[in-house]
Ligand binder design. Structure first.
Ligand code: G6P
Length: 634
């Protein structure tokens, strides 16, 4: 009997912290081309190494390469296969070296099973010891190889069942012993017409095409083949035989699949005339903002309306506190949304890092509404914060860009961003779209409370103008590019803004450091005196935001403090915020707009500034080192 201890000390975890993209194909076409095409669309999930397994003449043939998917494509081209069954993987690792041995697919030591895995097998150490005692050998440092051998062990032991498949049954048996998270696609050397998938904690989506079935971690990899998808839930196993599939629980109870049709324009995932997805997505912001607003205003009521909240106005009037949870850029969006909701709806809001909240056991009361914000809808910490809130009985809502994502499905209600696919690892259009939805939410909640009809109406009118104003700013990209060129060699930057500009300062600093590897810090402008001012010198420029006439005098004096210490100043200022002559070294002027939308407009110049600095420095803008777009591990 297999005895497992569900505890693994952190120091034993070697190479099992990863998030990845997986694709599987079973159909009538050549699998390799389709798989690699899908894999390219998942590269944002990881790009340290990649691999492919196909079924050839009764053997599982595995090809793996370190580096980008293009390395794998080149290797596969040299040895083309005719197989119409295969799996592939692109990997992102935080522990352990990146080697071919550690790349996926992993192959069991008896050569019977190969699999690709997204997630973490926490009790791999115990399982590995057991498997070694049974004669299995290991050639990688991965937890995935342990799972692969565990399936092979069960496959070897399993008798041919009266019903169902021995292969699928061995996958079920193995994962019953596994602690951790997985999205899996598995092949067996004895089953040329079969693929098995399973999910727990990592996304897995089934694509149902004409005479073909696909598996992938994201619809992006499927949509060029089929718009019909089934989102698998945790604890589900899918067995694909030929062009048929069945979904069941770990206890082999059949589950009726729900087939969804995804509305995804495939050209949105293409670069077109742009050099990088990041630039393309910066320029797509006017449409993304229009899509966030489309059909969501009620002009006769001067308010916003959202179809998917699943809460009555009465429920919402009883909310006396809102907790916003997110990670990364979405967390910065939450800080802006906090500002907007408190200002316009007068509801107290707190913002938490999802990764902290889930372990903090923060006291909430029954009238607290928990909202999570996530572009991908798959970030594991945000998902865990959502699940923890639900477990404690709080009402949960999600703002997400990804229809059908786990967060979208698990929250009680929510708002889709409709920003279109965001491929660049550094978030741009998803961020400003979250700010737009935050402003609309503040309007909606405000109008359920004290906000007047006229104030509501002014806000609606103001928000509707924003897409055109964003377009206007992007037209000045040549000016921002020439500013960027002057600062390319700097190694430190400060980003400073007050009130609603503070989150934009944080986001500006994050954008710059993510893609250009320049150290940058965001601070409330007045806080600069309490520490960051020590960094100011000719070598450390400061980006200031001067967008509000009310606080302009204060921001100007902060700028003078920087100037007095020989710091260079780039300012993003509103047209109605004039500065003393000669104070700023460089400036970008944004149009006047409703105060609720200034954070959106002020974001655009700093996105472009970071982009052009990174390009000048020769950085890989869309795939910055060490980062991945969707973080599906803790
Ligand atoms: C990663 C990405 C960030 C993103 C964060 C949260 O760290 O690199 O750009 O902001 O995850 O992602 P989410 O999909 O939850 O918004």
């Amino acid at each position: 009997m297999l005895l497992l201890h569900y505890y693994l000390p952190q120091k034993l975890i070697k190479d099992n912290q990863k998030m990845c993209g997986i694709v599987g194909y079973l159909g009538k076409q050549n699998a390799a081309g389709i798989l690699l095409e899908g894999l390219k669309r998942l590269e944002y999930r990881g790009y340290d190494s990649s691999g492919l397994a196909v079924f050839e003449d009764g053997n599982l043939i595995v090809t793996r390469r370190v580096g980008r998917v293009k390395e794998l494509v080149a290797a596969v081209k040299k040895a083309p296969s005719q197989s119409s069954l295969g799996i592939c993987h692109t990997r992102w690792a935080t522990h352990g070296v990146v080697t071919e041995q550690n790349a996926h697919p992993q192959l069991s030591s008896d050569g019977k099973i190969t699999l690709v895995h997204n997630g973490v097998i926490e009790n791999y150490n115990t399982i590995q010891k057991f498997l070694i005692s049974k004669g299995y050998t290991f050639s990688s440092e991965t937890d995935t190889e342990v799972l692969c051998n565990l399936i092979a062990y069960h496959y070897a032991k399993e008798k041919e069942p009266k019903e169902g498949s021995r292969f699928a049954q061995s996958v079920r048996k193995a994962i019953l012993h596994v602690e951790g998270t997985y999205g899996l696609a598995v092949l067996c050397a004895d089953c040329p017409n079969e693929m098995v998938g399973a999910r727990h904690g990592s996304p897995l989506i089934l694509g149902v095409g004409r005479e073909e079935i696909l598996l992938a971690s994201d619809v992006a990899a499927l949509v060029s083949r089929t718009p019909e998808v089934v989102y698998l839930n945790d604890g589900e196993v899918v067995q694909i035989v030929g062009t048929d599939f069945t979904i069941s629980t770990l206890d082999s109870e059949d589950i009726k699949p729900i087939i969804n049709t995804v509305d995804w324009d495939i050209s949105e995932g293409e670069l077109g005339d742009f050099d990088h997805f990041m630039l393309k997505e910066i320029f797509e912001q006017p449409e993304a903002l229009e899509n966030a607003m489309r059909g969501r205003f009620s002009l006769d009521q001067s308010t916003a309306k959202f179809g998917g909240l699943n809460l009555t106005p009465q429920d919402l009037r009883q909310v006396d506190r809102i907790l916003l949870c997110a990670c990364g850029t979405a967390w910065h969006a939450c800080l802006t949304i906090e500002f907007l909701i408190e200002k316009y709806a007068r509801i107290p809001v707190e913002v938490e890092y999802a990764s902290e909240f889930r372990y903090r056991n923060a006291p909430l009361d029954k009238n607290t509404l928990v909202m999570v914000v996530s572009q991908s809808g798959e970030t594991i910490d945000t998902l865990a914060a959502l699940q923890e809130s639900k477990r404690k009985g709080y009402t949960t809502l999600a703002i997400t860009n990804t229809v059908g994502s786990t967060i979208a499905r698990e929250s009680d209600g929510g708002i889709y961003q409709h920003a279109g696919p965001e491929i660049g690892v550094a978030s741009t259009k998803a961020f400003t779209s979250q700010l737009m939805i935050g402003a609309m939410l503040a309007l909606f909640l405000g109008r359920l409370r004290d906000m007047s009809f006229n104030d509501g109406s002014e806000l609606v009118t103001g928000l509707k103008k924003i897409p055109d104003l964003v377009r206007e700013i992007t037209q000045h990209c040549a000016q921002i590019k020439s500013i960027a060129k002057k600062y390319t060699k700097k190694q430190d930057f400060l980003f400073l803004g007050r009130l609603s500009m503070f989150p934009i300062a944080l986001e500006g600093a994050l954008k710059l450091k993510e893609i250009s590897y320049i150290h940058a810090e965001g601070y409330p402008a007045a806080e600069m005196k309490h520490g960051p001012i020590a960094l100011v010198s000719e070598e450390c420029p400061s980006v200031f935001f001067a967008t509000e006439p009310d606080t302009l005098a204060k921001v100007v004096s902060n700028m003078q403090e920087v100037k007095a210490r020989k710091g260079q100043i780039i300012v993003v200022r509103s047209a109605n915020c004039p500065l003393p002559e000669g104070l700023a070294d460089d400036e970008v002027i944004i149009p006047e707009c409703h105060q609720a939308a200034t954070p959106i407009l002020a974001s655009i110049p700093v996105q472009l500034l970071s982009y052009y600095i990174a390009v000048e420095r020769g950085c890989d803008v869309d795939k910055p080192r060490n980062l991945a777009k969707s973080v599906t591990v803790e």
